[in-house]
Each structure stands twice: as structure tokens, then as C-alpha cells.
Design a protein around this ligand. Sequence first.
Ligand SMILES: [Zn+2]
Length: 110
Amino acid sequence: MAKRKRRAKQGSLVLICAWCNTKIPPDTEVFSIATKKLPGIDLSNHEGKFIPLHLALAKKRVEGFVAPKGSPAKKDGYDVVFVACSENCGRALKTALQKEKEAAGLMSMN
Ligand SMILES: [Zn+2]
């Protein structure tokens, strides 16, 4: 007999796809894209928070979560994590991030 366990509610945090801005309902599979720190941006004051980042080439504003010290993402060497609603959005975001990094045009909006 399977044990039924209620999922703990994680506050009222609603995840929003960083790429298409669709609200991701709870209990939905999300795709995460982790990236290393971007040159010229000091994220130390934003650990554990979402920050808006401007993708100059894609002409888009995306929200990224700054991994706090000791988090799994940080241990893997990543600094910013984005969530996406679908594999397509994840891939599009990843490609866009890559282009921005190559152009070194990614700027914090803060
Ligand atoms: Zn999406």
C-alpha cells in the first residue's frame, strides 16, 4: 500500500517561465537552466532571490534565481538558475544566454 503524503506547500511562490512568462502551476514538471556567473555582475547581495536580467540580443527580460551559498546548484559551480515551463523554452533560453555571454552583453537591470 502506497503511503500518501501531502506535499508541503512552499509558501505562495508561483514559478513563472523565465522565457515565455507563463505561470507554472504547482505539481508541474519544470525545466531548470543553470548558468555560471556572468562577467561584471556582482550577485552576492542577491543570493536566494530572483533578479531580472536583460538579454540585449534577444530583447528580453528574464528572471533568474541567484543560487545561495551551499545550494546544490552552487556546489555544481553554477550561480544563477532559471526555470522554464517546457523543454522548448529551456532550450531557447539556454541558446539566448549562450549568445549573450559570447557577446558579453548581459547586464543586470538592478
Ligand atoms: Zn515557457
